[in-house]
Ligand binder design. Structure first.
Ligand SMILES: Nc1ncnc2c1ncn2[C@@H]1O[C@H](COP(=O)(O)OP(=O)(O)OP(=O)(O)O)[C@@H](O)[C@H]1O
Ligand SMILES: [Mg+2]
Length: 348
């Protein structure tokens, strides 16, 4: 499936922008702040129904506007196109989104079934490696949720139930009564939480079965914090003292190791370029996962990553461009010469 055309109306800084995409590479070139990343976000939104930078959805609407439309043409095969669109409106300070396939309204999940998939590479993703465990959990949750709606549901349930359990822990009531009050939440959290642990483990196993990247090898350790009856019981006195649930997958972490001469923890000891490679390792495995289990070929979105690529990393990224439809942004004209595949250049 290929994305042939995209139209952004009142999306971020574009009041109206039409983009024709190359089946191979579309290179978006422009000085800072002209809207390169916004175009990639437009594609991402068109596919996924959400952007990748907003804190509130209304940030995606152009300043002062209350309606945005993102529509596009997907080629299913040589003779058949699919017209899809998302209309986003701000009504009474709330965003409502409508999804259309060939002008017929669909549910978000139905719309997504028709869609191509996207894999985004951006410089900020280095935070998966150097940032807090929360960022790593968010990263894996997002990936698994896209493939597994049950996971998404259980994650939301788990987070809501955890807040409720912590509220109970804040009650100033006798310990016996507290135990009684927690019983329901404990069972519920174990049920939802163990599913999260199992699925996170499965994805980590998949990563560990695909360790090679170029001449390097990566591996990942899942530092799981399981929620079980026994562990809840053992941590109960401390939970009472801190008035908080102290165990469970909300405390999970993941640590990546690189093996070249020896094995070392990339988060603590990796050079910046090794850390960047670790991100590529994760991202390239996202593509493999998508292709292996879902038989879908993604569109690759490369946001401003050429400026950071040394020759080694180019060896990893450039072949991707020849295998997948790619949309890349850059401020540097010299990138045009760097990639030999057929391409379209859009100058902003
Ligand atoms: N909702 C919005 N409405 C209007 N303009 C917006 C909105 N959100 C962001 N912008 C503006 O859009 C402009 C382009 O942003 P974008 O991040 O796409 O730039 P860029 O070309 O990727 O720049 P850089 O090279 O610095 O990465 C920025 O000036 C930004 O402030
Ligand atoms: Mg940008």
């Amino acid at each position: 499936m290929l994305l042939k055309q995209l139209v952004l109306i009142n999306f971020r800084n574009f009041s109206e922008k039409k983009i024709d995409l190359n089946p191979s590479l579309t290179l978006i070139i422009g000085k800072n702040s002209l809207g390169k990343t916004n175009i990639l976000e437009g594609i991402y939104f068109f596919v996924n129904g959400l952007g990748f930078r907003e804190i509130k959805e209304e940030e995606l609407l152009s300043f002062g506007k209350d309606e945005a439309i993102v529509e596009g043409v997907l080629a299913i095969n040589e003779n058949e196109d699919l017209l899809s669109a998302i209309k986003m409106s701000l009504i009474d300070h709330r965003i409502s989104k409508k999804f259309f396939i060939n002008k017929t309204e669909k549910k978000h999940s139905q719309y997504f079934d028709y869609q191509v998939r996207t894999i985004l590479f951006s410089p900020e993703q280095i935070n998966i490696i150097i940032g807090s465990p929360q960022l790593r959990r968010d990263y894996f949750d997002k990936i698994i949720s896209v493939f597994d709606l049950e996971y998404k549901k259980k994650l939301i349930n788990y987070q809501a139930a955890l807040r409720r359990r912590n509220k109970v822990l804040e009650l100033r009531i006798p310990v016996d009564k507290l135990r009684e009050e927690l019983k329901f939440w404990d069972e519920y959290l174990i049920e939802q939480g163990s599913y999260l642990t199992k699925k996170r483990q499965a994805y980590i196993d998949f990563l560990n079965s695909n360790q090679d990247l170029d001449s390097k090898k990566f591996s990942i350790v899942y530092q799981k914090n399981e929620i079980t009856e026994l562990r809840l019981k053992e941590s109960f006195p401390e939970a009472v003292r801190f008035r908080k649930t102290l165990i469970g997958p909300q405390k999970d972490d993941f640590q990546i190791f690189i093996t070249s001469t020896g094995k070392k923890n990339v988060h603590h000891f990796g050079s910046r370029s090794e850390q960047r490679l670790a991100v590529f390792w994760l991202k390239i495995n996202e593509i493999k996962y998508l292709e292996k289990y879902f038989k879908k070929k993604p569109i690759i979105l490369l946001d401003d990553i050429f400026s950071e690529l040394d020759q080694n990393n180019q060896k990893i990224i450039v072949p991707l461009i020849s295998r997948y439809q790619t949309v890349a942004t850059t401020t540097e004209e010299s990138v045009i010469g760097l990639i030999k595949t057929s391409k379209s250049v859009i100058k902003l």
